[in-house]
Structure formats: C-alpha cells, structure tokens
Design a protein around this ligand. Structure first.
Ligand SMILES: Nc1ncnc2c1ncn2[C@@H]1O[C@H](COP(=O)(O)OP(=O)(O)OP(=O)(O)O)[C@@H](O)[C@H]1O
Ligand SMILES: [Mg+2]
Length: 352
C-alpha cells in the first residue's frame, strides 16, 4: 500500500506518557434502536481509548456505527436510541451515568464534537460571534464584552482573516472552509480535553481540508487535547492519526497503531477497505477494487462474522459462518483484530 504514514517515533509504544492515562475510555459500549421484533444493536461491544494529545482515527463504511458510538458517549443519541451497556469514561468519570445537567456542563467544556453538514452546530439565524459568545458564557461567568474579545481571539486562532469584523457575519456570509473554522473555534472555546471531529472536512476542497487538519494538529500540540477523527479519507488518517480503529457492522474489527494497521493489516475487511477507497497517496494508475456486496443491515446480523459473506478469506468457512470472532491481540498486543484467520494475512504482499 503506497500510503505514507507518520514517523514511528510519534506513536511507538504503549508505555509512552502520551498513552499512559486515557482521557476517554469507552468500554463494551452497546447502543440499540427499537426494531420490529427485537432491538437493533448498532454499536456492539465497542471498546476504544484515547490518550492525552493523541489522535485516534475511526474508519469504516457508511452505517458501521462510527457516529453512533460517539453520540452515545456524549448523550446525544436521537430520541429512540438507547445505550444498553458499557461505559464511557472521561478521565475516570462515566459519562453514561451523569445526570443530564452535568452532562450538558461537560459537553463543550471537557468534551466537544464537531459535525459536518446539516448536523453542524452553527445556527443560520445568528451571527457567528453571538454563537461563540453564547457557547463561552454558557460555561463561564464573564461579561459579554470579555466573551466577545475571547471570541475574536478564537477566530484569529483558527486563522479567520479580519476576525474582528468577521465576528459579526452570519454563517451564510462565510465560505464552507471559514464556516468549518468558526465551528472549530466554537468547539475549542473552552479548551476541551477531547474533541470528537466527525467528518470535519468532508464537503471541503482538498487544500482547505489539509489546512483544517493542520490547524487541529497545532491546537493539539499546544493544548494536549485528544482527538477522535472520524473520516472516510485514508490520506488524512495516514497523516494525522496515531492509532486507528476500523469499524464494521457496529463492532471494532481492527485496532492498533497507525503503521501497524496500514502496513501489517490483520483484518481482511481493512485490506478490502484500503483497496477500495482512493486517497491522496493513491497513484493515478492504481486500480481500486470495490468491496463486493453491501454492508450488513444491523437488524439482520448473521450468527457468525458480519463480514463473512463479503470476505475473500473467510467466505463459507465454518468458523466464520458460525462464530463471531472476538477482538483480540495479534502478534502485537497493541494490535487487535476480530478475525478467526488473521495469521493467514501475515507476511502477504504489502501487508507484511
Ligand atoms: N435514528 C435512527 N434510528 C434507527 N437507526 C439508526 C438511526 N440513526 C442511525 N441508525 C443506524 O445506526 C447504524 C450506525 O449508524 P452511524 O450513523 O453510526 O454510521 P456511520 O458509521 O457514522 O456512517 P457514515 O459513515 O455514513 O456517517 C446504521 O445502521 C444506521 O442505519
Ligand atoms: Mg457518521
């Protein structure tokens, strides 16, 4: 795979102080929506952790449960959704057990989320400055005037030119890239320990995408903020992530350090995903191979591995058809896979 990854030194081992104490730790999370006969489980036994200053990329096809995992953790699920199991610890405190009022207080101040598109947090009828000022004043007792100064400083920090006049613009007066910067300014206004960035740059052009991710990396370097980057863009993952979690059918199917997941891939779904998506390092003449078939419907998951029907390694194999493979360590204990046959991937081609 011709993807250039970050240097190993930035993500070398579990003992580094960076990963010593997770800021955010999701354990065995399960989320369901009401179904016809039984509830439909859309997040299934998901465990993920994020350390100070670290970027965890979460990838996987549409519908794999990426967004629902973090909406669950933040108490932002759509009304009919329910967390039915697990924990979401933020510096040791279980967010799932907090009364709604305390959760609202934490959201924004300690853990913030940036969404793309229609879910985005900017209200079209208010000036962007007012929205940032409100976000600040909802959590801190400062005067409007001081909050306005703070908002200008934040807009400058996200490189919005002429911030002191732009602050009085309405969202539609800004370009897509500038709106996304304003959203990021709002998200980082209270210096959150953790930022969940859900497709933060999807609708933007490549140059603006790169600028926004650089900006987020700079903020991380300054503040030690941990970041979850949910994206379909493997080029962004390769450049910005320390670790990667791959989701399929509501579960994490592979998880590990960036270079391990990219270069020593241990799940056939990840292999297929990497072959199917174009990315910045894809050579112009490279052939992309779409993954056969459709992602599973979470209301009709098979008894075995959810990827079996599409899997070049396990299709029709007895254990794959009958037993769900647990997420477990591979040849490295920091590199996990949920595949009965992962050793067959070791040593093959680009996957090493
Ligand atoms: N309001 C809802 N009611 C019932 N099911 C839902 C609802 N919202 C989402 N789902 C289901 O939950 C599953 C996980 O969705 P989720 O939005 O987390 O996927 P995703 O991985 O973020 O996908 P994408 O890459 O398209 O954003 C999907 O099967 C989806 O159909
Ligand atoms: Mg999503």
């Amino acid at each position: 795979m011709a993807i250039q990854t970050r240097p190993e030194s930035s993500n070398d081992n579990l003992e580094s102080p960076k990963t010593a104490q997770p800021y955010l730790e999701i354990r065995n999370l399960q989320t369901a929506f009401p179904g016809n006969e039984k509830p439909t489980i859309v997040v299934n036994d998901v465990s993920l952790s994020l350390a100070r200053g670290e970027t965890l990329a979460v990838v996987g096809e549409s519908g794999s449960g990426k967004t629902m995992t973090f909406l669950s953790a933040l108490g932002l699920l759509p009304k009919s959704g329910r967390v039915i199991g697990g924990e979401a610890l933020l510096s040791g405190r279980d967010l799932l057990k907090l009364p709604p009022r305390e959760m609202r207080a934490l959201r924004g101040s300690e853990i913030a989320m940036v969404f793309q598109g229609p879910l985005s947090g900017l209200n079209p009828v208010f000036r962007i400055g007012e929205q940032i000022i409100e976000a600040i004043r909802a959590h801190r007792r400062i005067s409007r005037r001081a909050a306005r100064q703070e908002a200008i400083r934040l807009l400058e920090r996200v490189h919005i030119p002429a911030a002191s006049s732009r602050i009085d613009d309405y969202p539609h007066q800004l370009s897509g890239g500038m709106r996304q910067r304003a959203l990021i300014a709002m998200a980082i206004a209270l210096d959150p320990a953790v930022l969940i960035a859900d497709e933060p740059t999807t609708a933007l052009d490549v140059t603006v995408q790169a600028q926004i991710l650089e900006l987020l990396s700079d903020i991380q370097a300054e503040t030690g903020m941990g970041m979850v980057l949910i994206t379909h863009d493997l080029g962004l993952v390769a450049r910005h992530a320390d670790r990667v979690a791959v989701m399929y059918g509501g579960r994490v199917v592979e998880q590990g350090q960036l270079s391990d997941v990219f270069k020593r891939t241990r799940h056939p779904y990840t292999v297929s995903l990497f072959r199917s998506i174009p990315h910045l390092h894809t050579p112009a003449d490279a052939e992309l191979t779409p993954i056969d078939g459709q992602p599973p419907n979470p209301a009709e998951l098979p008894p075995g591995c959810a990827f079996e029907a599409r899997c070049y390694l396990g299709k029709g194999r007895r254990d794959c058809v009958s037993a769900i493979p647990p997420l477990a360590a591979t040849d490295l204990n920091t590199h996990l896979t949920a595949c009965h046959h992962w050793p067959e991937l070791a040593g093959t081609g680009a996957n090493g």
